[in-house]
Design a binder for this molecule. Structure first.
Ligand SMILES: Cc1cc2nc3c(=O)[nH]c(=O)nc-3n(C[C@H](O)[C@H](O)[C@H](O)COP(=O)(O)O)c2cc1C
Length: 259
């Protein structure tokens, strides 16, 4: 099966992150037809995987009370209304069990676990979302899991070695979503060696990205948005101890090796 370059571009240009979904009249989620759901889960499991290990798990959230709880923990309301909601996790628990059950001794590799586990989780989740878009749905990744990692680990009964990466919601879009820009290609796609952006190139990238931060028709300020996330006192500095605690709790903390 192949597509033309124009068809590939058009398919990816149709991508929108969507946070409002078509629901039943009472606001409850409309389930996906069983064959659609099956296709999405198949796509997730067909993702390539380093070392053949499949170091990820998806927890499908169906119970309304659990959906409501995850809305609170992640501060993303669409978890309650989406047709499907998943917590996408890095998972090295299962491979450890494979070694245990087959009478092998698991090694100690927490940094590798995070590297491989997050990679595999992202690839499976991306396959799932792309398959959903092929079927005419849209979705939203939710890094907001970082706001409530401890509660999520407890409520989903995640064993040591399993770490939520993000949630992922899927459904039919009920919103008119703008096409969101990306930074200019030369700053992202490098040829043969890394090209460190000049100040002017960075300023141009900010200009290009400003519309993504626009709210209520007002001009956007992407650098201000980046500052709110990554600047001093921004949300990432608040998430840092939460993630470190979760890594510790799940047996994935990387200790210093130099003694
Ligand atoms: C890992 C990841 C985490 C994200 N977390 C959130 C989130 O917590 N809440 C949200 O509303 N959108 C979230 N998003 C969606 C991004 O805001 C969105 O992808 C970005 O604005 C680009 O828009 P587009 O996907 O429509 O092109 C996340 C996206 C990714 C890939």
């Amino acid at each position: 099966m192949s597509m033309t370059p124009e068809e590939v571009r058009a398919f990816y240009d149709a991508h929108r992150t969507v946070r409002q979904y078509v629901t039943n009249d009472d606001g409850t989620p409309i389930p996906l037809p069983a064959d659609h759901l099956d296709a999405l889960l198949h796509a997730a499991q067909r993702a390539p995987t380093d070392a053949t290990a499949q170091l990820y798990s998806l927890v499908r959230i169906t119970r309304p009370d659990l959906r409501a709880r995850l809305v609170d923990l992640t501060t993303n309301a669409h978890i309650a209304t989406a047709s499907e909601a998943f917590i996408v996790c890095a998972d090295v628990h299962r491979v450890t069990r494979v070694l245990d059950v087959t009478a092998h001794q698991p090694g100690h590799w927490p940094a590798i676990a995070v590297h491989f586990g997050i990679g595999d989780a992202v690839m499976a989740g991306t396959n799932l979302l792309t398959a959903a878009e092929m079927l005419g749905y849209q979705g939203c990744w939710i890094g907001g899991v970082m706001n409530g990692l401890d509660g999520i680990i407890t409520d989903l009964n995640l064993p040591a070695g399993v770490l939520p990466f993000a949630a992922l919601t899927i459904g039919r879009s009920a919103e008119n979503t703008p096409y969101r820009p990306r930074v200019p290609r030369p700053l992202v796609i490098h040829t043969d060696a890394y090209h460190a952006a000049t100040d002017d190139e960075i300023r141009t990238a900010v200009e290009v990205m400003n519309p993504i931060a626009s709210r209520g028709g007002l001009p956007g300020d992407w650098a201000r948005l980046m500052n709110a996330y990554f600047g001093e006192g921004g949300s990432m500095t608040k998430r840092e101890p939460v993630l470190r605690a979760a890594l510790e709790r799940q047996g994935l903390a990387v200790e210093r090796m130099d003694g």
